[in-house]
Design a protein around this ligand. Structure first.
Ligand code: GLY
Length: 362
């Protein structure tokens, strides 16, 4: 259930392992959070607290990406942007710099070859960055992907491998899930299977009653905007504690993102985009006299503890969850696909053990 990046990646992995995957999507594949994402593959910049299981999963996924995206390109015959840009995490003050130095200490033990850049060195790296930047943490390992094209290619790759994809099903009802899996669509069609993989992002919460579980997954809206630029002036992903900017090879500069509680509403607000514009121009003064040509919003599936739900439910190994990836769905999709497929194959033992068990909320 779910034709976003997680559902499609799982389908690709399962089909490759010899299963017949069927993707059921209520709207269009990649039409929600996946297609709205800035596509950053940035475990070091987006997870700054410490090296927990979640960070490790993000890192594993980053390392799977080069081969994984190549596989998607080959099977689909589609090209899409995948850029090894590296990233800069900007500090404006000494106190912020101290935090970056602390972060770098533990990240170096996990494969980062990051360095702190200051003054002329930093200006050489990203010449149009504000001179108000005190320093930045440069992490060469991070990259980004053009999410809307990538998710389209992923869908084509799935179809190419023989995955059956059904879109615009409107509503899905789980009729049976204990002795077999039967799902009914709004038009009365039934879909049957041996196992059910729930990849419906923020919408997975609606299944709590069906599975007698507490599923604290909530939509957190991310408003995002893009500027049209000439001869891409920003060559790294640039983060600060207010958000990020990513220069894409199609001549757009994508800037995100708000974190609003707005239910399932995907509209943008003047306040949300205004806030982005405000700090964008602080980071890159050349944006002061520019206006975004496009703004949009996606719904991140956030969970109560910030970790995704990946694994079988307590009442049946027939039902496996892969949902709630919050800010890291694009990054986590390859590692999630591998892990979810292992659970479908009933391999209960893996490096993450119970860290992402959907059962942890009772
Ligand atoms: N990963 C970027 C965001 O969620 O805005």
């Amino acid at each position: 259930m779910g034709g976003g990046i997680i559902g499609l990646s799982c389908a690709l992995e399962l089909q490759t392992r010899g299963y017949q995957a069927i993707v059921l999507e209520t709207k269009r594949c990649g039409g929600q959070a996946s297609g709205a994402a800035a596509g950053m593959l940035a475990p070091y910049s987006e997870n700054v607290e410490g090296p927990d299981a979640f960070f490790q999963l993000c890192l594993d996924s980053l390392r799977l990406y080069p081969q994984w995206q190549e596989r998607v390109k080959q099977i689909s015959g589609q090209s899409f942007e995948y850029t090894d840009s590296g990233s800069l995490y900007v500090a404006y003050h000494d106190a912020d710099l101290l935090a970056l130095e602390g972060r770098l200490l533990w990240q170096r033990q996990f494969g980062s070859s990051g360095t702190i850049l200051e003054g002329a060195e930093l200006q050489r790296k990203e010449p149009l960055l504000t001179r108000d930047a005190r320093a930045a943490l440069y992490t060469p390992e991070e990259s980004h992907i053009y999410a809307p094209h990538y998710v389209k290619a992923l869908e084509l790759a799935c179809r190419g491998l023989g995955v059956h994809i059904y879109e615009q099903l409107d509503k899905l009802e789980i009729v049976e899930w204990q002795s077999e899996v039967v799902v009914r669509a709004a038009d009365g069609r039934f879909f049957e299977g041996d196992q059910l993989l729930v990849c419906s992002g923020a919408w997975a919460q609606q299944l709590a009653e069906t599975f007698h579980m507490n599923l604290p997954i909530y939509p957190i809206r991310g408003q995002i905007c893009a500027y049209e630029v000439e001869a891409q002036p920003v060559s790294h992903m640039v983060f600060c504690n207010q958000g990020y900017l990513v220069g894409k090879e199609n001549g757009t500069l994508v800037c995100g993102a708000s974190e609003d509680v707005a239910g399932f509403d995907t509209s943008v607000t003047e306040k949300g985009i205004g806030r982005l514009k405000n700090w964008n121009k602080q980071l890159f003064p050349f944006l002061a006299d520019k206006a975004p040509f496009h703004s949009w919003a996606g719904l991140r599936p956030a969970t109560q503890d910030g970790y995704p739900l990946i694994g079988p439910i307590p009442e049946s190994n027939r039902v496996v969850f892969a949902a709630g990836h919050y800010r890291n769905g694009i990054l986590l999709s390859p590692a999630t696909a591998v892990l979810a497929a292992d659970f479908i194959a009933d391999k209960q033992h893996n490096a993450y053990n119970q860290a992402f068990s959907p059962n942890r909320f009772g």
